[in-house]
Ligand binder design. Structure first.
Ligand code: COA
Length: 193
């Protein structure tokens, strides 16, 4: 991909890195991203691989609370989340994944920062996620995000193994108070419009 081509993309698609050979774009997902998101989730061997249909629906209905990263026009990673219906100032981050080939270069952190920036501008002030106790990479990633917001991860029990029907590990809840500007109720994102 040439730089010119990247710069001709829509304003919502922002190039964030241009090394000599690669161009990285962080943007909202489109329905066509459902298939590569499902593939990356399956290939991670860590995430719960939901049905391919779930990822297609996610890209259609929760695109304003999700982002994908493209490297040279290939989907390289994603963050998918939603605003909690009971607390619409809270972004729940459901899954984060980066294709094996693109790990260790700050892509997950960049996607999280972009998504948090997007939703914070609409009044979101808290991020929640769940992490299984053995997922050190995930914990490190969210701890780093918390540090960038001048805070620490708050942990509480959410789902324990007996809650699951299939031998699933615990999913502990982690909360981050985001540094955001003052906001009003009306600024909350509405995914249904
Ligand atoms: C977790 C994952 C998304 C990280 O992607 P990435 O692009 O390599 O992460 P980044 O390079 O942006 O690193 C973000 C932070 O996490 C840390 N980190 C990333 N992978 C790590 C690992 N395997 N072990 C320890 N720390 C790790 C980084 O050091 C960095 O922290 P820092 O800013 O303090 O240096 C990726 O490893 C992945 O897809 N894993 C499988 C799916 C998964 O577990 N998702 C998270 C749960 S939803």
């Amino acid at each position: 991909m040439t730089q010119t081509r990247t710069l001709s993309r829509t304003a919502a698609e922002t190039a964030v890195g241009r090394a000599a050979e690669t161009t990285t774009v962080i943007r909202a997902p489109r329905t066509a991203d459902g298939a590569p998101l499902w593939r990356i989730a399956v290939d991670s061997r860590v995430l719960d691989a939901n049905s391919s249909y779930a990822y297609l629906l996610w890209c259609r209905d929760f695109r304003s609370t999700s982002v994908v990263a493209e490297i040279d026009s290939q989907v390289a990673g994603f963050v998918i989340g939603y605003l909690r219906p009971q607390a619409r100032n809270t972004l729940f981050v459901w899954q984060v994944a980066v294709d094996h080939r693109f790990r260790g270069r700050g892509l997950a952190g960049t996607m999280l920062d972009r998504l948090v920036g997007n939703v914070a501008a609409h009044g979101v002030s808290t991020l929640e996620t769940t992490v299984s106790p053995d997922n050190d990479a995930s914990l490190a990633m969210f701890a780093a995000l918390a540090r960038r917001h001048g805070t620490e991860l708050e942990r509480e029990e959410l789902f324990t193994p007996p809650d699951f029907p299939d031998g699933h590990q615990a999913e502990d809840l982690y909360r981050i108070a985001l540094q955001t500007a003052a906001h009003t109720e009306e600024e909350i994102i509405d995914d249904h419009r």
